[in-house]
Design a protein around this ligand. Structure first.
Ligand code: 1GP
Length: 259
């Protein structure tokens, strides 16, 4: 089954959880073991990527070790540049950082990466990547030369998300950045979900560290959750977060929008 179909089918049942692994933070074998535990904890896919330049040294080996250990759940690349691609992955978030100041992250890296993706037949998952203000500057913001969307101005996120939908993109990622002080707001998530509807999956990530936050974001309409830091720091909390995501159900989105 294609990765996109896998996500679509799973989302019919519950929101999904993806574990993010940064290849420069541990050895490829350790990454593989971590991915195995994440799968056992209920994670639905492993994302591999990061915004630090040295990840490239370990990327291929990390993807191979992770694939070897997780078997049937997909391994999806989350590349910061065209060079952060590996032919061993199942799919790639073919992403454009729509609120970057630099055309490099909006379309130039993609122009170069597309050729590699075609050559190795990696499944592309088209995604709008949006950096949201989250308390302090993050690597994603700095590395992507982004103009973060203010937390209290969700209407800008809605504008970008609708543009992404009209471009035919299938995912919109509201990114607080790894280790963000504050996760994205429920109001922003609800407004974006309401605008893009069923056609586009809303991904949230950055600074999700407890199950209450995860649950409220699920109620606000988030389809996919990405966590990185908490899985490394606190495996028990990590499990609880995944559990609360799976129990989440969308409430009336208008309630979030009007408050
Ligand atoms: C970063 O959103 C992800 O791209 C994960 O963030 O490390 O804060 O979970 P955390």
């Amino acid at each position: 089954m294609k990765v996109f179909e896998y996500i679509k089918e799973k989302r019919k049942i519950t929101p999904l959880h993806f574990t993010l692994i940064d290849p420069d933070k541990q050895s490829p074998e350790q990454a593989g073991e971590f991915a195995k535990k994440a799968k056992e904890s209920g994670s639905d896919a492993i994302m591999i990527g990061g915004s630090q330049p040295d990840l490239l040294m370990y990327l291929d080996e990390t993807v191979k070790e992770v694939k070897k250990r997780v078997g049937d759940i997909p391994v999806i690349l989350f590349p910061f540049s065209h060079s952060a691609l590996s032919k061993h992955a199942d799919a790639v978030f073919f992403m454009s950082l729509l609120n970057s100041r630099s055309t490099q992250y909006i379309i130039e890296e993609q122009m170069r990466g597309s050729v590699v993706i075609a050559k190795h037949a990696i499944e592309p998952l088209s995604m709008a990547y949006l950096i949201i203000e989250s308390g302090k500057p993050t690597s994603a913001e700095f590395g992507g030369d982004a103009k973060p969307i203010p937390r209290k101005k969700p209407e800008f996120a809605v504008g970008y998300a609708l543009a992404a939908r009209y471009f035919g993109m299938k995912f919109v990622y509201l990114e607080g950045g790894s280790g963000a002080e504050k996760p994205v707001t429920t109001k922003m998530v609800a407004m974006v979900k309401k605008a893009v509807g069923e056609d586009v999956f809303v991904i949230v990530g950055g600074g999700i560290r407890d199950s209450e936050t995860a649950k409220s974001l699920a109620s606000a309409g988030a389809d996919i959750f990405v966590t990185g830091t908490i899985g490394e720091e606190d495996p028990e909390k990590f499990k609880e977060i995944i559990k609360s995501i799976k129990e989440g159900s969308i409430t009336n989105l208008d309630d979030y929008v009007t408050h």
